[in-house]
Design a protein around this ligand. Structure first.
Ligand SMILES: [Zn+2]
Length: 475
């Protein structure tokens, strides 16, 4: 039996709701990878200890939507000021075919390292780099890179069987798969990687890239049926912009959420990224079916999409989680900047909707739209809920020891806080990560990943960006 005692934390946020959101601690005992106790604890003879003086402790973050290959596509000039649809064409789709096994692996490593150093233990990646004749296995590379760092990894297997152009005119990397190939690969991935346990290190999810545009309705129904037969969850993009609404209304004659209802894609085993633009009946339907959201405020801000109505969604019953989305539409794809943006942008949305009393409005509003405790709950327990990993995401006895410990004594940004517990979210920035534990195993120590050569990773990233640009221009 291995045991570790985290001693003397300044504050502990648990990820739990209501008056359980804070625990006085100040100590946490971890035994065999799980939290054994939280309270005033005394070290047993020979027990390892980790000093958390001046530190704030959160459950490690759970990122529920990402595209790791985009870590080498940040700030791409042709897409930097574009909205979603032209950005997709200018950046991720233009560069898809430029990736090989080496650059894909490097991108995955950069993205995972960035997340780990922000205190993230679990990453759900929506990977859609699959095409006929592809000579490298992106699924295997992602699992290998997450394993090497010690992170929990959820592969959301993207893909498409239709495109809006003739297949023969498309570059190879944009050609659709056959439905047979997609389903065969899903069964292969589920058999090889999927672990259904509540603290799984590896999961597989059925995730056609964007339902109304990636597959035919009957194929999407087949996906939902196979996923439920195999015990897999369903994930995708939905309702990111007004153009998305226009397109789904134009093609299918109904709203995006109603379309998902018609193909069996709603339920507590489904979560969607974005959900920025929703009609009131769509919010009610998502809530009634307990369909979840991966809220991605930085990407939604960067692409000018809007701000998802998180407060209304939660009130309707929608499980809320937070995702960073791909780094080609979010140049800060770490969880601390994402939760900081969540906290600010929900408040700004509340204020935007406020109207003055002299016009029969209700006056000032917004500051109660999102508390730090709620944001922490969305980014931790909420992620565990949408991913179906109930043994993670909260700090309580019996839960997996996925723990982020932030030292606020190293940076003046965090000095002077009357309530240090809120510092990492409310102050933003880069709180010094004294430790990140995943299943009790320490994978970050004093802001560094042991064995990782950061200067070498930076050098490799510069070389890889030059190569990707040359390949994309040659295509
Ligand atoms: Zn996305």
């Amino acid at each position: 039996m291995t045991s570790l005692l985290i001693k003397n934390a300044t504050a502990i946020l648990t990820g739990l709701p209501g008056d359980k959101a804070r625990h006085a601690g100040p100590d946490i005992r971890i035994t065999d990878g799980k939290i054994a106790a939280i309270g005033q604890l005394t070290a047993a003879p020979g027990e390892h200890t980790l000093d958390a003086t001046d530190c704030v402790i959160y459950p490690a973050w759970i990122n529920t939507h990402h595209h790791l290959f985009q870590a080498l596509l940040k700030g791409e000039p042709q897409g930097i000021n574009a909205t979603l649809t032209p950005w997709l064409a200018a950046t991720p789709y233009r560069f898809r075919g430029a990736f090989d096994a080496e650059s894909f692996r490097l991108a995955a490593r950069i993205g995972l390292v960035e997340l780990a150093l922000s205190g993230c233990a679990t990453v759900a990646d929506h990977n859609y780099l699959y095409y006929p004749g592809q000579d490298f296995d992106t699924s295997a590379i992602l699992f290998e890179e997450a394993d090497a760092l010690g992170l929990r990894f959820v592969l959301c297997r993207g893909g498409a069987t239709i495109t809006r152009q003739l297949e023969a005119e498309l570059p190879q990397a944009l050609r659709p798969e056959t439905m047979d190939a997609y389903m065969t690969d899903m069964e292969r991935l589920a058999a090889r990687y999927h672990d259904a346990s509540p603290t799984a290190m590896r999961r597989v999810v059925m995730a056609p890239t964007t339902p109304p545009h990636s597959m035919r309705p009957e194929e999407l129904r087949e996906c939902a049926a196979l996923a439920r037969k195999l015990g897999l969850r369903l994930h995708s993009h939905l309702s990111e912009t007004v153009a998305y609404q226009d397109s789904v209304f134009g093609t299918h004659g109904i709203s995006p959420v109603r379309f998902c209802e018609s193909i069996d894609w709603l339920g507590n085993d489904v979560w969607f990224a974005h959900l920025v633009k929703l009609d009131p009946d769509e919010i009610a339907l998502l809530g009634a079916t307990r369909t979840g959201i991966a809220h991605c405020p930085q990407s939604n801000g960067r692409l000018g999409s809007g701000i998802a109505p998180i407060r209304a969604l939660e009130a309707a019953g929608v499980p809320i989680s937070i995702g960073v989305d791909g780094a080609a539409s979010n140049e800060a794809a770490d969880m601390i900047s994402e939760v900081h943006a969540t906290w600010l942008m929900q408040r700004a949305k509340g204020g935007e909707a406020a109207t003055p009393k002299f016009r029969a409005g209700s006056g000032e509003a917004g500051a109660d739209e999102a508390s730090v405790e709620e944001v922490v709950r969305w980014g931790t327990a909420g992620g565990a809920a949408v991913l179906g990993l109930p043994g993670t995401g909260t700090l309580a006895a019996g839960q997996a020891a996925d723990i982020a410990i932030y030292d606020l004594s190293r940076n003046p940004r965090y000095f002077g806080l009357h309530d240090p517990a809120i510092g990492p979210v409310a102050s933003g920035g880069t709180a010094h990560l004294r430790a990140l534990l995943v299943g009790g195993r320490q994978i970050v120590s004093e802001g560094a990943l042991p064995g990782l050569d950061m200067a070498e990773l930076a050098h490799q990233s510069r070389t890889a960006v030059r190569k990707l640009i040359a390949r994309a221009e040659a295509a």
